[in-house]
Design a protein around this ligand. Sequence first.
Ligand code: ADP
Length: 446
Amino acid sequence: MWHSLRLRLLLISIIVVLIATGVTAFVASRRTTGEFERYVEQRVPVDGRRLAYLIGRVYTVNGGWESVQSEVEQISANRGDRIIVVNGNGIVVADSDKAAIGKPPDRRWPPPVAGLFGADGPLGELYVFPKRGPNDPDRAFLSAVNRSVLFGALIAGLAAVAFTLATSSRILKPVERLTDAARRMERGDLSVQVDIDSEDEIGQLAHAFNSMAGSLAQQETLRRNLVSDVAHELRTPLTNLRGYLEASRDGLIIPDAALVNNLYEETMLLQRLVLDLQDLAQVDAGQLTLLSTPTDLGGLLEQAATMFQVQAQEKGVTVVADAPGDLPVVTVDPERIAQVLRNLVSNAIAHTPAGGAVTLSAHADAHEVTVAVSDTGEGISPEHLPHVFDRFYRVDPSRTRQTGGAGLGLAIVRQLVLAHGGSVAVESKPGEGSVFTFTLPVDAPA
Ligand code: ADP
């Protein structure tokens, strides 16, 4: 399995090893060579004085240069250096390579390593040239050092390849699992989650992937529920309409004013449902345009209370607005906030028995205005309280027909308030009443 990422990791480690060992080999080799040459150069003069003494003695014992040539050749054969002897007249009298015999010393030669002395004083000079041939033991030592550095580099390279191959699986395994999960998701399995608990970048990627998959699954569930809820809500009024219309067409019932009114109510229900859905869809799609303008909230509260007077009186419920006169100005869409208030007040009246009261109030701090719609009605039990703002959530579905709601009113309230940068909340005690509150941000002082 030569995934390209694996190949790249391998190439990177090989390149790193090559650079590292190459630089080490280069530096080590240069350094060893330098040190070695210095050592060899230092060794020659010390050695040279001993050699000069030896050759001086050979000259003295034999009384001439004749035997010096064979002595020089022998010494040279032993140690590998070229040895040249120059007499007092400046003529080469012995050369281990024989080439320079009878000639004066070459100008390019380095200075002599020592003077030659016999029993009667100076005899001449001694030259020693360290051998640079392939058999030179110094050279051999250097190339042995270089060879071992190269060998080390080779071992390091092989170790790096083996190590990369062994560890790359560990690194790439989570990536493969993520890819696999993404493919499953592509095929429609939104429940997929990857089990990677490392803290590194891949762990973070897996974490992000899991939360993305989670929220996609949640969205999908919401979408499915929405479609089935909408279908469910449409079914009852449509079945009623169809039943009455069929019965009238077949002459089973004579349509009178009461029946027409009933049919009219059903179409009103349908229309309200469609309008509510339209509002929610607009907010969801981010298409809700807020026509925001500096607004007097106290005025809106008064308007809402007045609007419901007749309906409330019929039920024997009082509706009052009780807002302080010095509420700060808020920049909101007055139509949308009026819609929020209408939904809350109509709910409050619907759930408050005769003799009860609905109160609209407001207070402000430096950052926000809080509006409250409280009632002295039936209240909401704690298990329902966290869900009342959910779509299609109804505390008592069997009462839908009486209140006329599809469980969308509070969902719309929440979306509209959120769109204004505020928040919603509810508190309630069953049997005592409920308080629905929402906040709106106060304009920053200019
Ligand atoms: P609907 O349009 O069906 O009234 P809502 O979203 O407005 O739906 O409300 C959701 C549920 O919350 C309703 O089923 C209702 O029982 C409950 N509810 C809302 N307001 C009140 C209130 N003031 N007092 C008691 N129950 C309420």
